[in-house]
Design a protein around this ligand. Structure first.
Ligand SMILES: Cc1ncc(COP(=O)(O)O)c(C=O)c1O
Length: 386
């Protein structure tokens, strides 16, 4: 049954923030942001969690935390929201687009391996639409080529691969808490890892270089220089901190995530029941040993009805880089780096057939049935014209 996204708990926590007269997180353990971090660490099963201001910022923080250098190459799925490849450019690295599985638009071990060069340092695995990627094969290829693995779980909270939650298998995980996601604080992001060094760099990068660590990790102190003290900015960074208003809502939302997941699953069950066996329409492809937790339910439809438009290298911004032979922050592109039609032929062929059906817990069963009816009608109309 549909639920309201926000309610009493959100209001109670927000009221507490206002009554405290402090909207800033600080770095103590008692802020809502810290409480959210601790609760999420427990929920996900990772040691260190850092809440940040958006999912895109979480990606940038995580990439910087991996210790990447300008000019390093990062493999990204060709078909993913551009929030995935943009942060690679922000930190001075070069996105290398890998082709994706035509059944899911998700990166695979084979497509990753085909994109590896001597400069490749990391791969971003996006569990697109809440469908877990085939992690064993991906982790094996990453190990073979010494690549660090970032799992983007913006669309995949609490999905599992061989019983492990998405976000617990790579070196670092990122998630988004933008309004449409499994939990939301309007805008918001999460970085999680088990590696204290990755966590420390993440904290510094999101905090303009200042090491305000939690989890009992010791922070260095800056020594006065030339007789003058400094504040202790140890690395380049941005201010991507999360504030208490977001933290309060994030915590309230996390406390309800099981309820939201349940309603999502009920909505998906309706979709799968309504659309099973419909001519001209394929249901989501799910890899063996995985349990998806759909963000949007992906269907494959006749090309005329497909609306997936997220082939990153075809975006105007990447076309400019292709023409200028440098990234937007001026990093030169080697000749073998190309952003032009044809570089990832499988996803170019497959993506026009993809469309998505909403399954958000605020959607009623009736509205889900209506969108299924609509999809069926549209597919039948297209087939009738053929
Ligand atoms: C797969 C994926 N990664 C990253 C992001 C970025 O998140 P945000 O919108 O919070 O910046 C999104 C957002 O839609 C996403 O879908």
């Amino acid at each position: 049954m549909a639920v309201r996204c926000f309610g009493e708990k959100d209001l109670q926590y927000l009221t507490e923030v206002i009554e405290k007269q402090d909207l800033w997180r600080g770095m103590g353990d008692d802020s809502f942001v810290s409480r959210f971090e601790d609760a999420f660490a427990k929920h996900l099963g990772r040691k260190y969690v850092l809440a940040v201001s958006s999912g895109t910022n979480a990606e940038e923080v995580a990439l910087a935390a991996l210790g990447l250098e300008p000019g390093d190459e990062v493999i990204c799925p060709a078909t993913a929201p551009i929030f995935v490849s943009m942060p690679v450019v922000s930190i001075g690295c070069i996105p290398i687009f890998a082709d994706t599985d035509p059944k899911t638009l998700i990166i695979t071990a084979e497509t990753i391996e085909a994109a590896v060069t001597p400069k490749t340092k990391a791969v971003m695995v996006v569990h697109l639409n809440g469908v877990p990627a085939q992690m064993d094969e991906i982790l094996a290829v990453a190990k073979k080529h010494n690549l660090m693995v970032l799992e983007d779980c913006a669309q995949a909270y609490d999905a599992t691969y061989k019983g492990k939650k998405t976000g617990t298998m790579g070196d670092v995980m990122c998630a988004s808490m933008q309004q449409s996601k499994h939990i939301t604080s309007g805008e918001g992001g999460i970085v999680a890892t088990d590696d204290p060094e990755i966590y420390k760099r993440a904290v510094m990068f999101h905090n303009v270089g200042m090491p305000w660590y939690r989890y009992g990790l010791e922070a260095p102190q800056a020594k006065p220089l030339g007789g003058l003290s400094t504040r202790g900015h140890f690395m380049f960074g941005h201010n991507f901190r999360m504030g208490e208003l977001q933290g309060a809502v994030a915590l309230a939302q996390l406390e309800r995530i099981d309820e939201y997941n349940k309603v999502r699953a009920e909505n998906v069950a309706i979709i799968e029941q309504e659309l099973a066996g419909v001519e001209g329409l394929k249901l989501a492809h799910v890899y063996p040993d995985t349990v998806p937790n759909y963000w949007v339910y992906p269907i494959r439809v006749p090309k005329e009805l497909g609306n997936y438009g997220e082939t990153n290298y075809l975006e105007v911004v990447f076309q400019k880089m292709q023409k200028d032979r440098k990234t937007l922050v001026g990093v030169p592109l080697p000749d073998y780096v190309q952003y032009k039609p044809g570089i990832c032929p499988v996803c170019e062929e497959a993506s026009p057939y993809f469309s998505g059906l909403g399954c958000h817990p605020t959607q009623s069963a009736d509205s889900i049935r209506e969108s299924c009816e609509d999809a069926k009608k549209q597919v039948a109309e297209v087939l009738a014209k053929k």
